[in-house]
Design a protein around this ligand. Sequence first.
Ligand code: SF4
Length: 569
Amino acid sequence: MPSKVEVAKEKSNYLYGTLAQELDKTTSHFEEDNRQVLKFHGIYQQDDREQRRERKAAGEEPAYQFMVRSKLPGGALTAEQYLVHDDLADRYANGTLRITTRQGFQFHGVLKGDLKATLRELNSALVSTLAACGDVERNVMCCPAPTGDPVRQQLQQLARAIAAHLEPRTRAYHKIWLNGEEVKFADDGRDEEPVYGKTYLPRKFKTAVAYPGDNCVDVLTNDLGLIAVLDQTGTRIKGYTLVVGGSMGTTHGKEETFPALARPIGFVRPEDAIKAAEAVVIVQRDYGDRNNRRHARLKYLIHDRGLAWFRERVEEVFGRPLEDPRPLPPFETHDHLGWGESADGTLWLGLPIENGRVADIGHRRLRTSLRRLVETYRPRIFLTPQHNILLVGLDPANRVAIEFELFQHGIATVNDISGVRRHEMACPALPTCGLAIAEAERVLPDVIDQLEWELEQLGLGDETISIRMTGCPNGCARPYVAELAFVGRSLNKYQILVGGDFNGMRLNVLYADLVHLEDLAATVRPLLALWRDWRRPGEGFGDFTARLGVDALRSYANEWKTAQASQAA
Ligand code: SF4
């Protein structure tokens, strides 16, 4: 039987639902079916979870508020678009901007009465929220490195083209939010969705475009990845290897759910890339599970039916056989932080944004400082897949002034932070995300403090480890490819996973379960000590822990703790 969300999608008549009618009411929130439809418009209905208990005891309704997400393919935006986001953060949201792990922006704390104005002002700056959430193609990721290299520019163009091709065609978004036209429902026969149909996809669908050799987008964690294959000179794109079936989300206690890495199914020429992407989407549309949302991502379809079966179905839609995939290139991951020079002689500056939160906190005036830089120097901007920001097209003559501006406002540059802080990621989790069962963004800085201390004590202060934390197993910060991950298990308790690959090419495995927040660093300490003593030359933490395996690690960690205790006695 189709899930309730499937029924809500069908009833919505191409994403109208009764959103317009509910917007006219003075209520603080939307009813359930509309709440589902709202996601396709880039809006999540949430409530401040810290007020829940108190308000319930007082007989009041939850403190409803909304998360609004911009869709920015490849993370690209202009200075003007940045400033509009910054304005709206104060006017309608909680005074902060959140860079997402898929190169978009999120506002938190928007009230129902301000939704229309927020969307209108974004759209007046040519920024849409349509399909930033929901069971559709989400924000298409792409390597943001602004080197000026024509190949990278073509990849950015491809990301935008895929996003445009797979954007919903319904006019509901414009009618409801933008021009106030009378809303007529789709049975007037004018709305249609040539790719998606009335019920869109069974589940969200994520796509990334990767530069060969730079896996900053974590391409294998996507439902669909397009990995560029270059000619021998490295200046021409011969085509793309398609990888399918990656996804991070899982559910605690449900063994039939699992994270997965995408696998290669074929190779297409540049002129066929969009058609091939559409074919993959259509096969998932037609065969994906619409009864059980926990089993609805593309990875489960491929797991159940097999990769060969899936490839055949894609070829049927594509209209001819796919060429065999090319071997995957050796990947490294670059975060593009620090100063870099583009081909035209301008500079870019990549700034680390802790947990992606652009905010003024205490003496660190990050939001103020970024606003001043954008107003003064009008850079182009890229949001990165590690929730950082790149300011692009800067005149080298302004470098010192920019550095002074950042210094004045207490903003850390990449040279000021450790290798573990540089490579941390967290999802928003509490208090806004309705699915969070533990903290992430608000506690990771303290956990990193503790890990930095442990590393210093062990003489490992200059080392780098990718560390990711999420408030639930849905995996929004892609924790299952990190070298070290903390995944929320229950309030203040986490799973610890180790053995992922720094370059995002291998899944990690469970090392310890139900570890209290306060014990995370102490639980990892023996592993760091073992890594220091037993690693091979140049061996990263993830590779080391994967080589030993969790059984051996647990056993050695116990021996290490016993030895430490006897030394102390
Ligand atoms: Fe929310 Fe879970 Fe995603 Fe974190 S990983 S933002 S807690 S759904």
